[in-house]
Design a protein around this ligand. Structure first.
Ligand code: TPP
Ligand code: MG
Length: 277
């Protein structure tokens, strides 16, 4: 069922406060990846705060999420804290020595992180395994995996794409954060991806497309993907790297750059936050 207007407004407001929190956290530690965290804000938030069945993080029937583009970890942590997986006070320890919140997701340290990620390309094969486990154990959970578009240049993505079609997990839903930009340029400059829709469908996947910043469209598309049983699905979510902060939007330079004070102030102002640093 489509989300009510009221619920969409609530989730949009949550995304705005996640963006502000993200910028504060990254400014304070002077490291991290703003661009790729801002492009997937609505995707991760719609999944965690609306779509996924994760009331009990230890329930074997819970839906699974794997952040294959592990550099967007802070956006995952903000969502996990909002869901109550750990206290929000832990967020300020992001990327500190000994913290439960490492720079990339670590399943051994962070409650709610299903699979450790960071080296790009590996999350899809892990997700296929998790999804096949549901099939063999008779569980009905969905397995979601979020991929970067630059990440799709890794060869093992396509090996897994082939294997997923052959082994046919019950519910494997990959979402591509299709922001057209990677670490040091656009996808087209570095290694063109071609027609992703045709590529995935020729590998035997069911393909959906939507805006990755429109919560209502994301919600509807995730619902549609959930009706497909026994065929892997991919949602090509059209996004903007650095979304919400005009001087970062579409710029590979903001893949992993610390914010200077003036940039921090401008970003917080644009997001409508109060600057208390
Ligand atoms: C195997 C591997 N190579 C390089 C990196 C360094 N790295 C971190 S972010 C990034 C760019 C990723 O681009 P993309 O997949 O498009 O993600 P997004 O644009 O969503 O941030 C790279 C190359 C990595 N994490 N893993
Ligand atoms: Mg990208």
């Amino acid at each position: 069922m489509s989300l009510s207007r009221q619920r969409v407004l609530e989730l949009e407001s949550l995304c705005r406060s996640f963006r502000i929190d993200l910028i504060r956290l990254l400014y304070r530690i002077q490291t991290g990846h703003p661009g790729g965290s801002l492009s997937c804000t609505e995707i991760i938030t719609t999944l965690y705060q609306e779509k996924m069945n994760i009331r009990d993080p230890l329930d074997p029937g819970r839906d699974r999420f794997i952040l294959s583009k592990g550099h967007a970890a802070p956006m995952l942590y903000l969502n996990l804290a909002q869901k109550g997986f750990f206290p929000k006070s832990e967020l300020s320890s992001l990327r500190q020595y000994g913290s439960i919140l490492q720079g990339h997701p670590c399943a051994h340290k962070t409650p709610g992180v299903e699979v450790s990620t960071g080296p790009l390309g590996l999350g899809l094969s892990a997700a296929l395994g998790v999804a096949l486990s549901a099939k063999f154990l008779g569980q009905e959970y969905a397995t979601y995996v979020l991929l970067g578009d630059g990440e799709l240049q890794e060869g093992c993505i396509w090996e897994t794409a082939m294997a997923a079609a052959k082994f046919a997990p019950r519910k494997l839903i990959a979402i591509v954060d299709h922001n057209h930009v990677q670490l040091d340029g656009t996808n087209d400059e570095v290694m063109p991806l071609g027609d992703l829709s045709r590529k995935f469908s020729s590998f035997g996947w069911q393909v959906f497309s939507c805006s990755g910043h429109n919560i209502s469209a994301l919600s509807d598309t995730i619902d549609q993907a959930n009706t497909v049983i026994g065929k892997p699905c991919v949602i090509l979510a059209e996004t903007v790297k650095g979304k919400g902060i005009s001087f970062m939007e579409g710029k590979s330079a903001w893949n992993g750059k610390p914010l200077a004070l003036a940039e921090y102030n401008a970003a917080i102002q644009e997001l409508g936050g109060v600057n208390y640093d």
